[in-house]
Design a protein around this ligand. Sequence first.
Ligand code: 6R9
Length: 620
Amino acid sequence: MKKTPVISDVKGYWELEANRIPWFEPWNSVLEWNEPFAKWFAGGTLNASYACLDVHMGTERENKVAIHWEGEDGETIPFTYAQLYHEVNRFASALKKNGMRKSDRVVLYLPMIPQALIAMLACARLGAIHSVVFSAFGSSALADRIRDAKARFVITADFGKRQGKLIPIKNVVDIALEGDVFVEHVFVIKRTNESIVLHEKRDLLFQNILEAADDYVAPEPVDATHPLFILYTSGTTGKPKGIVHSTGGYLTYINSVFNKAFNPQEDSVYWCTADVGWITGHSFVTYAPLMNGTTSVVYEGGPTYPTIDRWWQLIEKYKISIFYTSPTALRMFMRHGTETIKKHDLSSLRVLGSVGEVINPEVWSWYHEHIGGGRCPIIDTWWQTETGGFMLSPSAQNLVDLKPGSATFALPGIDVDIVDAYGISVPANTKGYLVIKQPWPGMLIGVYGDPERYRQVYWSKFSGMYYPGDFAIKDDDGYFWLLGRSDEALNVAGHLLGTAEIESAAVAAFSVAEAAVVGVPDDIKGQAVVLFVTLRKGVEPDGETKREIVASIRHLMGPIAKPRDIYFVDSLPKTRSGKIMRRILKAIACGEEIGDVSTLENEASVEEVRQVHVAMKKSF
Ligand code: 6R9
């Protein structure tokens, strides 16, 4: 059986990978490791905007399309590498002339318009540190992040566009900045003719300041350890953490794993459906594809507007060959059946990727068959905001035998293990905590302004190991299977169960589209399994369906995982990045207060779940 090659000289390997991106000055040492603080390639200097754009100038890629941008209503704008280079230079010049300097923190609150990528690259060109905040977050989430990052500038737009509606995002910035004294300028990109309120002196219309911009700004050389960006991640509880990524280590890493995992070719057309507000949008919409000179599609709208086949239209139209999305989106499409998919020619697809949550074997097989036509490998990438890029993933360059639902092996140079509560490696087929045993170039360099929190959250649970907070199991062949977050685990009658295992068993029942499992206190078993499900179109939420689901779980997991209660709901509460918020379901199932829901996509679903729960309780 083919396995990922083991790298014996890990530092030598990363040095080779670092040489694939452009440097101004070479580094003094590959790694200075003072646990838990890593300095990769210290002394080396580079610039992220240069690595994404300037390197392609004067080459054949100059006139190659970097981005096919498409809006919800079908508006399209292609940018060649030369055009993108020009736009980024002018944008950076305008920012510079208005005071932006190296190391300034700049909050970007932008919809998925070309300027979102342009603004990131323009900040990077000046050595300023961007912090992108997802543009569907509300004003208090935005205010927290602006304050925590001590941002000097905010870049925003007048409106976002979603499901045919205009979203007044500049307005949200105004509310977030009430009483703020630190932000000097808000740069506003105007994309509609609608009027907006402009605060004198503070707010600058970007189109106006662009008039005085130069066509070229020299890229600021920064040390490899200079922060490229801060990205806030909420985790399951508590105030969001400002995850800081370096420039040299981060770019080296994402460039390396992007090539390994997806194996892009010169003529590939790549589409990652993530928003720039998430790490996937940073690493695999903006930086890695551009460093590679890849042609990407960037799409502003949602997956089902104006029609359910919007995504398949785009794949057909642009002849997309590498498609990267989330299990959440796939499960939503599964629910709607395959009729609309069949109408489109998806034969350009060559590689399919998945990220964000466990891809249940059922969903994997559906993706493989109905989207990939049975011929495309599914590259299931396990990673986190904190890891910068993929950690566990098959490689399309050197493909191993795939197993539906497994992220296969660690990528070369990555040392991953599964340990018990004492940090001891567990044998095959034993559930445990996933850990990373060696530093890697893409690792976060800290939590902004809080080194102690960085140490405590990631490096204190097990001595000398990075703790990501996920459960996993390794099978007899050494394949990794992710089992969900360890902070959401269930302990039923002394058996530790991962949410993902039971959810996959539930989704294996034909009727089920999506499933979420939580543990609730139980007098006898310690915890009991409670299951929330959404059903496929046309399936009745009746006793027959319940019996089918229970049978599937008993069959695949054994009687230990049999749910005590099953609730049928129309939708599950999810974060805006598509992760199911089990914490909320658990609170509802236990009759507790729900707490902070500021990162929720659809608050209505919380209320709906609660009502179904109350109604079902009464009927028992
Ligand atoms: C990239 C991203 C990180 C958490 C991670 C894990 C879950 C991500 C996964 C996966 C199983 C995969 N996760 N990819 N679980 N299989 N392929 O999603 O970053 O938003 O920080 O979330 O997401 O639980 O710990 P982030």
